[in-house]
Design a protein around this ligand. Structure first.
Ligand code: HEC
Length: 135
């Protein structure tokens, strides 16, 4: 192979983007939840939690994380009250996801309160983020 071609090939290979779905921000939060007493996180538990329906005295009476985000996280969601579109949560189709710890914290707090009527525990949040980060 010609020297220039080889060089070009090497450059292309090094420059090709490596697609990983990790999030340093999620890892930071998982660490924090473990400091707070959570044990090993399970993606399976996170997945089950995601579609679990909670009862609310207010409308809509049954609420789940999937009410707005759907169960298929590569799809766009829709806010169950306002009908506003919500971009997909999966990083594989939406690389902007989970890039800001402040945003993750804010929405977990707000959405847990809305869905469960209370804040999620460190264990619940860890399981959810473990499930979400690999999608
Ligand atoms: C009533 C509608 C609604 C429900 C129910 C809901 N969410 Fe959300 N969620 C939103 C909206 C709106 C946003 C902010 C807009 C965005 O990020 O697209 C959001 C954002 C998030 C984010 C931030 C993602 C990021 O990029 O940082 C996380 C994490 C999240 N939700 C998790 C959950 C979990 C866990 C539940 C269930 C406990 C849940 N959501 C239930 C509407 C909802």
């Amino acid at each position: 192979m010609h020297k220039v071609n080889k060089l070009l090939l090497a450059t292309c290979l090094t420059a090709s983007p490596i697609i990983t779905h990790s999030s340093a921000q999620i890892d930071e939060l998982l660490n924090e939840y473990q400091q707070l007493g959570a044990t090993t996180f399970s993606s399976e538990s996170g997945k089950t939690f995601w579609s679990h329906t909670f009862n609310s005295p207010r409308a809509p009476v049954t609420r789940a994380c999937s009410s707005c985000h759907t169960s298929n996280l590569i799809d766009s969601g829709k806010h169950v009250r306002t009908n506003k579109a919500i971009e997909p949560l999966a990083q594989s189709v939406n690389p902007q996801r989970f890039s800001d710890t402040k945003k993750i914290r804010k929405w977990l707090k707000r959405n847990c309160k809305w869905t469960l009527g209370r804040e999620c525990t460190a264990q619940e949040k860890g399981d959810i983020l473990t499930y979400l980060k690999d999608l």
